[in-house]
Each structure stands twice: as C-alpha cells, then as structure tokens.
Design a binder for this molecule. Structure first.
Ligand code: 9MR
Length: 579
C-alpha cells in the first residue's frame, strides 16, 4: 500500500519546470525509490512526444511531479483530476495529465512531496517500434512445421514440430473421396495459441487483420525487418509471415467439393511439452459452414489485396485464392447451416458459433469486392458495426466496404463508413465516461483483444473521417494494454517493467528459458472462468482486474494469434505516424 504524506495543493496549475526544485534529499530518495506499480500506473513502453500522456494515480495525492529519472529533477508538476471509482475494477483512480511535457527522456512520476514514484518510462519517437516488431515476430515464433533457428529465434530457437504431412481424416470429416482414416498433407501455419492446434475460424480473422494492416500501411510494412528466414526476399516480412499461414490454410479445403475443415487438431490438448515432443496423431475434423464462409471471405480479400502486387508470386497466389474462395462459397451455399459440433472423441478448442449471419455477410461483401460487382440495394440492412472477434465478423466486411475505392461501391462505401464511425463515436463516449479511459464495459475471455480491436476501429474511423478526435482514446487503449490498467501489468510479454512471466503457452512453459516467448498479448482480465487452476489461485472478483500471471490460468494468461493481430495493427499504426 501507499506510504508517505500527501500534501494537498488545491488549484495548483500545471507547470513545466526549467531548473528543478525540491530538496536534494528528496531527489536522491526519488532516484533510489522502488517503483510503486500499485499506486502509479503508467504506459510502461512510454509515450510519443506529441501524444496525450496520462498516468493514473491510486493514491490520495494533491499534486504529482514528473521527474527526470537520472537526476531526480522535477520537470513538470500539476494537480491530478478528481478521483473516480469504477465498479468493474473496484478501485478509484485520478488522472495525472502531463501532456505538455514533450522533451524526449526517461522519467518517473512521483506523488507530491512523497517518495512514492512510478517505474521509469520513456518519452521518445521510437517507443513503440521494438514492441511492434516483436508483436509481428511472435507469429514466426509460433510457426508449426519449421525449426526456429538461433539466428532468427535467439534463445527461443527450437526444433521443428508437427510436420502435419500425414493428417488423418476424422470420421466427422469423411467424404466419398476421403473416407475416415484417409491420410492427407496439411503442413505449415501458426499454432493457434498456447496449444498446438490450427483452427480455420480463428485463422481467418487473424489473417484478415494482418492483411488489412498491410493494405492500409503498405509503406510502413515494407520498412519492418523481422529477421525471419524469408527476410531479404522481395516480399515485405509481414506478408511473408502471413504466407506461412496462408499456404497451410489453403490445404484445409477439400478440393473435391470446396468445403473447409473446421480445424486440424489432436484429439485432446497435450501436456506442456515442446512442439517436437508432441507427437500424438493429428486429424482434420468436420467441414463446417462457419469455417467455409470465413475461408471464402478471407481468400477473396487476399485475392483482392495481392492481385496487383509487384511480386509475381503474390499475384499468382491471388488467382489461387480467388478460385478457392469461389469453390468455398458454392459449398457454403449448398450447405448453409452446418454448425460445428464437437465430436465425442475431440476436446480441443471448438470455436463454435450458432449464428452465421455475420459470416455470410462478410463472405458476400468480400466476394463482391473481389469481383467488383456491387450487391443489390439493402445489402447492409440489419448489419451493425460491433467490436470484431472470431465469432463477430460482420464488421470485417463493413471495414472492407468502407475502405473500398471502386465506383460501383460508392453508396455502400458511404453507408458502411457511417456505421463504423457512429459505432466508434459511441466507443469514444464510453471511454470518456470510464475512469480507466477505455471503451470496454464488459470483460470477455481475451478482453485485451477487445481493447485492441476497438482501438483498431478508432484508427480506421480516423482514416475515414480525417478527424483527430479519436487519437486520445486510441492512446488510452494503448496505455491500458501496456500498463495503465488495474493489474499494473504491461500485457505484452518481454516488454514493460511488470510483464507476464508464466504464460499459458506450451513452448514458453517447456523450453527451459526463464523468459516467455516475447511479443505476445496475454488474454487479460475477466471473470468468465475462475477455476482454471486447481487448486484455484487467488483472483480478484472484479472483472477488470481479475488476472493471474500463472501458467494454469488459461482464461487470463494464454496468448492467441487473433489477440495479437489487432495489437500489431494498433502499435504499427501508431509507430507509423511518428515523424
Ligand atoms: O478465444 C476463445 C474464447 O473466445 C472462448 O471463450 C474460449 C472458450 O471456448 O476459447 C478461446 O479460444 C481458445 C481456443 O478454443 C483454443 N486455443 C486457445 C484459444 C484461446 O484461449
């Protein structure tokens, strides 16, 4: 808890201090004081010089100071805003706004005249660069069927696992041409999360989000050097990374009828062993309408984005994708209601969804855009923008329509943009009313990804409107993810002063390296499942702070490809805006 006395100075104006003030003893104490990550919450990756900068204080401080971390000199001082209680976190915070401080450097925030100080943090132009690169690189580190070399993977080098060249057709997936027990090859791709399975539904939104990032920020993507085996070829590294998954993804379609298997999986989750030690048989399980529609949507999108690429390889892949998309759409039209039902002998992730209207809309929107033929009027009837997730894909179709350029789509474009912007304005209102300055009012499994997806929508709304009104809220979403949240954690592995160390990720648990594989966004706080650890570990009853950095807590401390994708988008977009 907080120690020290707090002197209340009411009405003190914010001051940028040139020379520094305070006693030498206090300066010394502040330089040496341990970081109080409970009392003062900051963005642990830091702040861009021109950005809005707000720390949150959980102490009854009348004033706060920003000090130079090396000299202890006060460079800025001000009064925090009034305390605000949040029922979702069960605590009270005061906003400490130090936006006028723009000079690059390393700082700490200290409370009034006390020695209570935050961990050091930076203000600088490059504060989000390294973390952006790591967030993309995490996909390489989660690749299946390839050795992670020491050159590219450093201390996270490991042998190849799961070649998936001999995958069994499960009885649920049997067809005339491929009866149960048929062996097919379906190599490559990314592991979904902390488990070693590969799921089409989740791969679809992940790939869409990363490709959307490339679509919107192509020049920036070309500057990103991931140091992966493909680095140095003519294709941007981020796209090379996507191709690793796309090539696997295409093998999940049955060439005979166009239907797409829901997942490629072990029958049950394996223990915490390295990929090459996890050798249980692998199966493709059940073709589903959700997987097939998502597949049709993403392959159509990929065909559109890659069709005019300077790379011949990518242009050829665009044609393959368009053909695959068409076949998938035909299967889905003939089989509109095949809901995924977990077979009795399979217990891995279900990604089950009984409402397919959003998947159908997304697939139709992408197909229309890929062929350049606008759908009939009324196409957007009943469609709303919501926060995207693996089972909420309508917004992906709206984004594609809103960013489209062709004349036939002019009125749809405007309508789709309107839906996105009005939803995003609602999100701004929510963040303005939230003491922690985010737009979430509900904490689901993977809550961090909801924050990141909402920030992505705000970035898209900013692009659609040209208005800067979204920027402060985008910044506070980043702040939440990187430290300004009630748990005090920076939710990205390998970054920040308090970072997850025991993620629910099999390679991180089994590789003998103390640090987890870096660049991953953990799922974060929620109260959906409270008993994932046995015996249960202590968890807050408040959804916004119910998080535990222990390996068994798969509901709060797992990582997943669909959670990292909006993080890549968000951090990359902000990093690309630096001068
Ligand atoms: O992200 C998924 C979350 O929305 C669901 O509530 C949860 C339970 O069904 O499953 C999550 O997805 C997991 C998947 O089923 C298997 N791989 C790990 C994923 C992240 O926990």
């Amino acid at each position: 808890m907080i120690s020290g006395k707090f002197i209340l100075i009411l009405g003190a104006a914010a001051t940028l201090t040139a020379g520094g003030c305070g006693s030498t003893d206090l300066k010394k104490a502040r330089i040496e004081s341990a970081a109080n990550t409970e009392a003062i919450l900051v963005n642990q990756a830091g702040y861009l010089p021109g950005a809005e900068k707000v720390a949150l204080l959980r102490a009854d401080a009348g004033t706060f100071e920003v000090i130079d971390a090396a000299t202890g000199k006060t460079v800025f001082e001000s009064t925090p805003a009034d305390p605000l209680y949040w029922e979702l976190s069960g605590d009270t915070v005061r906003a400490a706004d130090f936006s006028p401080l723009k000079a690059e450097g390393t700082y700490r925030i200290c409370l009034g005249d006390s020695e209570t100080c935050s961990a050091p943090f930076r203000i600088g132009n490059d504060v989000y660069h390294e973390i952006t690169v790591a967030s993309v690189k995490s996909y390489y580190l989660n690749r299946s069927a390839i050795e992670i070399s020491e050159e590219s993977g450093g201390k996270w080098a490991r042998p190849a696992g799961h070649p998936d060249t001999a995958v069994i057709v499960h009885s649920s997936a049997a067809s005339a041409g491929r009866p149960a027990g048929t062996v097919i090859s379906s190599p490559g791709g990314w592991y979904d999360a902390g488990d070693y399975n590969k799921y089409i539904v989740n791969s679809s939104i992940t790939s869409y989000t990363l490709l959307l990032f490339y679509q919107m920020f192509p020049e920036y993507c070309r500057t990103l050097n991931l140091n992966i085996p493909e680095s140095g070829n003519e294709i941007p590294d981020l796209v090379d990374e996507l191709l690793w998954n796309l090539k696997w993804y295409l093998t999940m379609q049955d060439p005979a009828d166009g239907g797409v298997y829901h997942k490629l999986t072990n029958l049950n989750f394996c223990g915490f062993v390295m990929p090459h030690e996890a050798t249980d048989p692998r199966y493709v399980v059940m073709k589903s309408t959700a997987a097939t529609l998502d597949f049709a949507a993403f392959t159509a999108m990929a065909s559109r984005i890659l069709a005019n690429d300077p790379s011949e390889e990518l242009r050829a892949l665009a044609a393959t994708c368009l053909e695959a998309s068409g076949k998938a759409m035909k299967w889905a039209e003939a089989n509109p209601g095949i809901l995924y039902r977990q077979p009795a002998d399979v217990s891995t992730g279900a990604y089950g969804d009984d409402n397919l209207s959003d998947e159908l809309f997304w697939a139709k929107a992408e197909t229309a855009l890929a062929y350049g033929t606008a759908p009939a009027e009324g196409f957007l009837e009943g469609i709303n923008a919501v926060t995207p997730s693996w089972n909420q894909s309508a917004t992906l179709g709206l984004i594609s329509l809103a960013l489209s350029t062709g004349e036939p789509f002019a009125s749809l474009r405007e309508e789709a943009a309107g839906l996105i912007v009005s939803y995003t304005d609602e999100l701004l209102q929510k963040s303005a009313a939230c003491p922690y300055r985010i737009s979430l009012d509900h904490f689901a499994w993977g809550s961090t990804s909801d924050v990141a997806n909402q920030a992505m929508l705000k970035i898209i709304a900013m692009k659609l409107t040209g208005s800067g009104r979204f920027l402060p809220s985008i910044q506070s979403d980043i702040d939440w993810l990187l430290g300004t949240n009630p748990t005090g954690y920076c939710f990205v592995t390998g970054f920040g002063t308090l970072s997850p160390m025991h993620i629910h990720h099999r390679p991180s648990g089994a590789d003998g390296v103390p640090e987890p594989v870096p660049g991953f966004l953990v799922g974060g706080p929620n109260i959906v499942v409270m008993n994932d650890c046995q015996p249960p570990v202590e968890r807050s009853p408040f959804p916004a702070r119910s998080y535990s950095d222990v390996e068994c807590s798969y509901s709060t401390n797992e990582i997943a490809i669909n959670w990292n994708a909006p993080l890549v988008f968000l951090l990359g977009a902000i990093d690309s805006m630096r001068p």
